[in-house]
Design a binder for this molecule. Structure first.
Ligand code: GLN
Length: 533
């Protein structure tokens, strides 16, 4: 391997990986620290500070979190064509830092306070900043390695751990400060975290080995209307902030936008596949589209975490732990903690099932994920009813919900990222990755709608409100279980569309990044794969 000049350029390594990976690890860790720290507080900030109804707050939550995942399609496009990923991430990080600090302006609160304009502006900054950063930083991870490097999957494993480490501490720290000392302390902490991410990224630039630079730097220096083209692109980012500032205040427009752009995106991908691709590649695109269509179902339920489940935990769950009242937002860290604990377990599970030839296919794992996310809600409903709907629900039931949602996430999120990478033809890779995040956005929007349904009556008023949560969750829980079962039945047919036998350059089966622990070791087929150290 050392004869490969790309690998020789790495110099010293850490855990067998180029040091640049750890620059990305810490930068993304801090970015997710700020994202999830802020998200944990958001629904309460909307309902308790700005005094939105549960329903409106849920729709705003859904519109905001879906826009966060729509914009990476555009950020990815600009990076691929002009900016290169490093510059795009840098710009995104600056915008994000400003956005999180803008969140700290809370004014006096209530519906009549004009300071709310700054709040909308802060959301717009975070949305556009994420568009430049989130997808592109994930792309740089892969760019540190040659195409066929067996360490890639392991690199994504490490990176995913960084994401969840950031999420874990972000929720604990920003959530605690926000709930205990005041909103601006929580959001300010998120801002400090993002600033640290920005500094790590600037400091670590040399370790990225010039792999994520602009495809044509001279084009960026060309003057257009007297200004370097690169500045114009950043100017475009500022225009986007202004547009989204307006858009985020009209949540239903976001729904229409999602629908129209989703149809256009899917139509374009399908059309390209039918018109331009050979049979096997075309079929793989159909398999990809099938997987993408399932995303809104999974995330629609999963993302209740920051919305309806957060409100329910605040009002109806007994959070008393030996005399200490656990802050509501802390329950959001349970998911990240389970990911960190269970990631390696799932990794070896897939590997050992794979060795025996009984590893579920990627679509089957998606089916299992959707069943689990539905079961999570049903278990909570049954548990809450068993303890008496009129009593406070024990917190262990919420923890159990997050456990099932996390095992579901491990069957879907890293598995899906890996599948997008593997099934897309090379020249469509960026587009397909953008479509993956876009489909997540659909899920976030659905989450807002479901959460709004749980808040149709004002839950603060007491009687009946808890029942409403449980009724809505029974419906969505059974619906998800039903869809998951149908997906499991269809899975063998979709697997056939994946044509795994003719895939070159890659290994078999839907092995997710998390299935690949770190150090290289020979597998049973005699090839070298990242296996257990
Ligand atoms: N939890 C992961 C992250 O924050 C996945 C999120 C998603 O795909 N919606 O990156």
């Amino acid at each position: 391997m050392a004869t490969n000049p790309a690998i020789a350029a790495e110099g010293k390594t850490i855990l067998g990986h180029p040091r640049g990976l750890f620059v990305l690890f810490f930068a993304e860790m801090w970015e997710r620290f700020s994202y999830y720290g802020m998200r944990a507080l958001l629904i309460f900030y909307l309902t308790k500070h700005w005094l939105f109804s549960d329903g409106d707050a849920s729709l705003i939550y859904g519109a905001y979190t879906s826009l966060v995942y729509i914009t990476p399609v555009l950020g990815g496009y600009l990076a691929d064509r002009y900016l290169g990923q490093r510059k795009a991430v840098l710009f995104g990080a600056v915008v994000l830092t400003l956005g999180h600090f803008l969140m700290a302006f809370e004014g006096t609160g209530g519906q009549g306070d004009p300071t709310i304009s700054i709040f909308w502006l802060a959301l717009a900054f975070i949305i556009v900043g994420s568009g430049f950063l989130k997808g592109n930083i994930s792309v740089i991870v892969g760019q540190l390695y040659p195409r066929t490097d067996v360490r890639r999957d392991g690199a994504y494993t490490i990176f995913y751990m960084g994401i969840n480490l950031g999420s874990f501490f972000g929720v604990l720290i920003a959530g605690f400060l926000g709930e205990t000392y005041g909103w601006s302390y929580g959001f300010g902490a998120a801002g400090v975290g993002m600033l640290l991410g920005l500094l790590v990224f600037i400091w670590g630039r040399p370790l990225l080995m010039n792999r994520a630079e602009p495809p044509a730097p001279e084009r960026l220096r060309e003057r257009v209307a007297g200004v370097p083209f690169e500045w114009l692109l950043y100017g475009l980012g500022l225009v986007a902030i202004a547009i989204i500032w307006a858009l985020v205040q009209y949540q239903q427009v976001v729904g229409t936008l999602l629908l129209i752009s989703g149809l256009a995106l899917f139509g374009y991908i399908g059309f390209t596949a039918v018109r331009q691709l050979p049979r096997d590649d075309r079929d793989r695109i159909f398999a990809i589209l099938f997987l993408l269509l399932l995303q809104p179902v999974f995330w629609g339920l999963f993302e209740q975490a920051g919305a309806g489940v957060n409100l329910f935990t605040d009002r109806h769950v007994d959070r008393n732990f030996f005399g200490y009242e656990i802050p509501t937002t802390w329950f959001q860290s349970v998911n990240a903690a389970f990911i960190i604990l269970l990631g390696p377990v799932f990794a070896s599970l897939w590997t050992s099932l794979g060795r025996r030839g009984i590893e579920p296919s990627t679509p089957a794992k998606f089916g299992l994920a959707i069943v689990q996310v539905g079961l999570g809600f049903l278990a909570l409903v049954w548990g809450a009813q068993a303890f008496g709907s009129q009593n406070m629900t024990p917190m262990i039931l919420i923890v159990f919900l997050y456990l099932l949602h996390t095992t579901g996430e491990l069957c879907l999120s890293p598995v899906g990222l890996s599948a997008m990478n593997r099934l897309a033809p090379r020249h469509m890779a960026g587009l397909i990755m953008g479509a993956w995040f876009f489909a997540t956005a659909g899920g976030n929007f659905v989450a807002g709608q479901i959460s709004a349904a749980t808040g149709a009556e004002n839950a603060e008023s007491g009687e009946g409100a808890k029942e409403l949560f449980l009724n809505v969750w029974t419906t969505v829980g059974w619906t998800a279980v039903g869809i998951g079962v149908v997906v499991l039945v269809l899975a063998p047919f979709v697997k056939r569309l994946m044509h795994l036998d003719t895939l070159q350059d890659e290994r078999m089966a839907g092995t997710p990044e998390l299935a690949e622990p770190i150090a290289p070791s020979p597998n049973t087929n005699g090839e070298t794969v990242p296996g257990k150290a």
